[in-house]
Design a protein around this ligand. Structure first.
Ligand code: SF4
Length: 889
């Protein structure tokens, strides 16, 4: 191993020289310097002497995974010389064309070598110095020193603690925050897992109830990228792939713009995507999108004249929807209310006028009026939204309202017209996957016990208080949208779920970053100091691991058997990666840990993993499929010979396929050639629009439910609060209205600002906030409007204190005109760094400011928080890059 470390030392490339290339990539996408402030990267050349000792003639380029969960999914290649990665490149396999772009990696993907071979990799199993079975001094979690222990010691301690906790408190006292321990835990008896909507917000399950697509499990709910080029106007709520999912999404939008499509972006921030597309920017207050959408609908209704000013597609509403007006109520309606009368204020005396909306969302009434007139039936309009506007408490009806707005204009089922979500791994490119990863073929016959589920919005609070919401509807409804009716049929929707007691005494972290990326981090840390045992498996001292008793060093994807990075990504491509380097130091993978613990806990390996990793990878390759030329069915992707099978030492049969096995593995990608008018296009809901009787939607009524009794019943049964069958606006807890102590008197409250948490180009969620190269290229500021900065005496670069009802964090201010007044942008996912002397986070962690608040369908609300802003009078915080890395040994 020391040989390996020496090689790393000798082959490392100076950080500033890496940054030159990385910053150029970011700037090319960004167009304007919102990405960070005051970066002074001066060195511009890589000296030959720096790399002269690297003998690349002996190296091999290997297709390597980018394991960032950003949705981009790009090709990453690593040059391995004598077992060490010395260089990276990206897609150079094909000509880069507008229709078939290369799948080029962003700065994060190109920094992967500094992650996998980083100085802060965890090297050995370790335990907290004052840990003892049962916890020892639990208050020292997060502050204690670490001691190196052997794998044998670590495994014995863990097996003993599992047995002790299980015998004393029962199997349901073990909380596993990720799926990795599942194969072992589900053989030991039931345990506790979690579910949540932290990415999708209200788009998690509600769309399936209404009969429409969510944008991830149902990927063909918006038209194909070539058809979107035929739209005249794309209106986007959010849409910032230039930061969130780099890949090719921004390029696809640019192709639409090149063909004459106009963009309107509605967002609290003038984003880099909006700038790149030269979009009209309509600034809006966070969490208030529904008020603007209601006002758009109101104007369409009031100004529509089927002859002189046809804005509404009445035929569409009549044939394909239920609930728009009193004449079109669904047969199962239990409340005598319809959408049209709600808009007009018949029930609450509040017509949803642009003036009403302006007071809440901040968008001038005239701007709303003008936009409403542009999205009528006779214009080819695509309405897109990211999940973010619905990642707000009480936003359960937002997807329903968005679809209603699209239905009013008839913007579904036709070329150039679409309505739905655009984000993550199919942003701007919709339709069924054209290449599909196969199945690993693993089926265990051993008895398994399913877990109980905690909702993320109440997770830490539930553990702290000892009771939880045992809803069985939402955790499973999203697994298979087509089966949701079966799930729901087993539940009494007229009865509220009753809370049940829970007594968690062991927390087991592995592949997820739950403490870092879910609401209520401060309470989560307290919970970690309360339970009897915390185990964490990770590659770095993440927030999860920092508060653990025993930490196990885990391999990165580069050190494992190859695999497919994701079975669902950009629909045109399938990526595959191979093993890049050997496990470094004493790192092992999660599967190995389960197998070793299984030996100590009497769970045979064959019950957990009846097939070897290599055979599973082979099975996936062999059963991968690609769309046929006609676009009518799928055929085998990979050609496998008898010689391949012999070399792999796996079971299988030779087969013909589109690409030879070794070429696929060497390339690391298969990309389907696309062009406008090919056989792979997609017009969402086309069959339904042609014949809604023969092709009903998956809603209870088979039509789009503008009134949905099922939605109201399911949300009622969830037990948090009741929600109307109509898409009514409910002011979110921690929304704009709650920045006031008295909204009507316009008296501001204790937390007068709204905090948003944009996805950031420095990392993907919290992965990997620890790379120094990325930290230097991109700071983690708090974006503050010029007016708010002046009001608080804050200048660019000052340290500011952001305070919510739940926590406090320090950041440097980035003062800009590109953020709406009253809004503070704190990029999502920074690793918490809590000062134990005062409880203030110095890392800029967004979830340290969030509390555990549960509403409706358990929708995560971390996108909108009420906070206070002030200039920090203590010592300024250092730049992130100057904060020492978490190097333990
Ligand atoms: S982080 Fe995302 S955009 Fe960047 S290389 Fe990886 S998959 Fe591509």
């Amino acid at each position: 191993m020391s040989n390996f470390i020496n090689k790393l030392i000798n082959t490392k490339i100076d950080r500033r020289k890496f940054l030159k290339g990385s910053a150029a990539v970011a700037a090319a996408v960004a167009g304007l310097p919102l990405v960070a402030y005051d970066n002074t990267l001066k060195e511009t050349t890589l000296d030959k002497k720096d790399v002269a000792h690297i003998n690349t003639d002996t190296g091999k380029w290997v297709a390597a995974a980018c394991w960032h969960n950003c949705g981009g999914k790009c090709l990453v290649k690593a040059l391995v010389v004598e077992g060490v990665v010395v260089r990276q490149k990206t897609d150079d396999l094909r000509e880069d064309t507008d229709d078939n772009p290369q799948q080029r990696a962003c700065l994060r993907g190109r920094a992967e070598q500094f992650e996998a071979q980083g100085a802060d990799r965890l090297k050995y199993p370790m335990k907290r110095k004052h840990w003892k079975p049962g916890g020892g001094d639990k208050s020292l979690r997060g502050k204690d020193e670490w001691e190196r222990i052997s794998w044998n010691e670590a495994l014995k301690y863990i097996a003993d603690e599992i047995t002790r906790v299980k015998n004393k408190y029962g199997v349901e006292s073990i909380f596993s925050t990720s799926t990795e321990p599942g194969p072992l835990l589900n053989k030991l008896g039931s345990y506790v897992s979690h579910w949540g909507t932290s990415s999708y917000g209200a788009w998690y399950a509600i769309p399936h109830i209404l009969g429409v697509g969510d944008g991830i499990l149902v990927r063909d709910a918006v038209n194909d990228r070539f058809d979107l080029q035929k739209s005249e106007l794309i209106v986007g709520f959010g849409l910032n792939p230039a930061w969130s999912a780099m890949g090719n999404a921004t390029h696809f939008y640019l192709e639409m713009k090149k063909r004459g499509c106009k963009f309107v972006i509605i967002d609290p921030v003038y984003t880099d995507t909006a700038a790149t597309l030269e979009a009209e920017w309509i600034p809006i207050r966070p969490g208030t999108d529904m008020t603007m959408q209601l006002a758009l609908a109101y104007i369409m209704l009031k100004e529509d004249d089927p002859v002189t000013n046809p804005l509404i597609d009445w035929d569409f509403l009549n044939r394909y929807t239920y609930g728009f007006d009193a004449e079109h109520m669904p047969p199962n309606a239990e409340v005598n209310e319809n959408f049209k009368d709600y808009l007009l204020g018949t029930y609450d005396n509040v017509p949803k006028t642009p003036e009403w909306a302006e007071k809440i969302c901040g968008v001038p009434a005239d701007t709303i009026r003008k936009l409403a007139r542009r999205i009528g039936k006779n214009t080819k309009v695509t309405l897109l939204t990211t999940w973010a506007p619905a990642r707000t408490h009480d936003s359960d009806s937002m997807p329903q309202l968005f679809i209603t707005l699209g239905a009013m204009g008839g913007h579904m089922g036709k070329s150039g017209h679409a309505t739905g979500t655009s984000c993550w791994n199919n942003a701007a490119n919709f339709g069924k996957a054209l290449v599909i990863a196969g199945s690993d073929g693993m089926v265990s016959k051993a008895k398994t016990y399913p877990p109980l589920y905690l909702n993320d919005t109440e997770g830490w609070k539930a553990i702290s208080e000892g009771s939880y919401n045992p809803s069985s509807v939402f955790p499973s409804i999203n697994a298979k949208p087509a089966d949701w009716k079966k799930v729901v049929s087993k539940v009494d929707l007229k009865k509220k779920v009753e809370r049940k007691p829970i007594n968690i005494q062991m927390i087991w972290h592995s592949g997820s970053a739950l403490l870092q990326t879910r609401e209520g981090m401060k309470q989560g840390i307290q919970v970690h100091r309360k339970v009897e045992f915390v185990l964490s498996q990770s590659s770095f001292l993440t927030t999860n691991s920092k508060y653990a008793d025993i930490v196990l060093p885990i391999t990165t994807w580069w050190e494992r058997e190859g695999n497919f990075p994701s079975s669902g990504c950009n629909r045109d491509i399938m990526l595959v990666y191979s093993n890049v380097i050997k496990p470094i130091y004493e790192a092992k993978d999660d599967e190995w840990v389960n197998i070793q613990l299984g030996k100590l806990l009497d769970v045979p390996e064959k019950d957990m993993y009846p097939i070897s990793q290599k055979q599973r990878f082979f099975n996936k390759l062999a059963s991968s499929t690609v769309i046929n030329k006609e676009g009518t069915s799928y055929e085998p992707l990979v050609e496998i010979t008898a010689k391949d099978i012999e070399e792999w030492g796996c079971e299988g049969k030779p087969q013909s396929g589109r690409v030879p096995l070794n070429k696929f593995l060497a390339d690391g990608i298969y990309q389907v050639e696309r062009h406008d008018g090919d056989n792979y296009g997609n017009i969402a809901y086309e069959k339904f629009i042609k014949d809604p009787v023969k092709n009903p939607l998956n809603s209870t009524t088979g039509l789009i439910e503008i009134y949905s009794q099922t939605k109201a019943d399911i949300l009622y049964s969830q037990g948090y609060n009741e929600v109307s069958p109509l898409p009514k606006y409910v002011p979110p807890r921690d929304g704009y209205e709650s920045t006031y102590s008295d909204f009507h008197d316009k008296t501001k409250g204790k937390y007068p600002y709204q905090l948003i948490n944009p996805h950031y180009i420095r990392r993907s969620h919290s992965i990997y906030d620890n790379v120094p190269w990325l930290r230097e290229a991109l700071k983690q500021p708090a974006y503050i409007s010029k007016g708010d900065a002046d009001k608080n005496g804050i200048k660019n670069g000052d340290t500011v204190l952001i305070t919510s009802a739940y926590g406090k964090t320090l950041r440097h201010a980035y003062v800009t005109e590109r953020v709406a007044p009253g809004v503070i942008g704190l990029p999502h996912g920074a690793w918490a760094d809590v000062d134990e002397s005062n409880g203030i986070d110095k890392g800029g962690a967004d979830n340290y400011l969030c509390g555990n608040i549960s509403t409706g369908g358990g929708v995560s609300g971390w996108n909108t928080q009420n906070v206070n802003l002030e200039k920090w009078t203590g010592s300024p915080i250092p730049d992130d890059v100057d904060v020492p890395q978490r190097i333990i040994f």
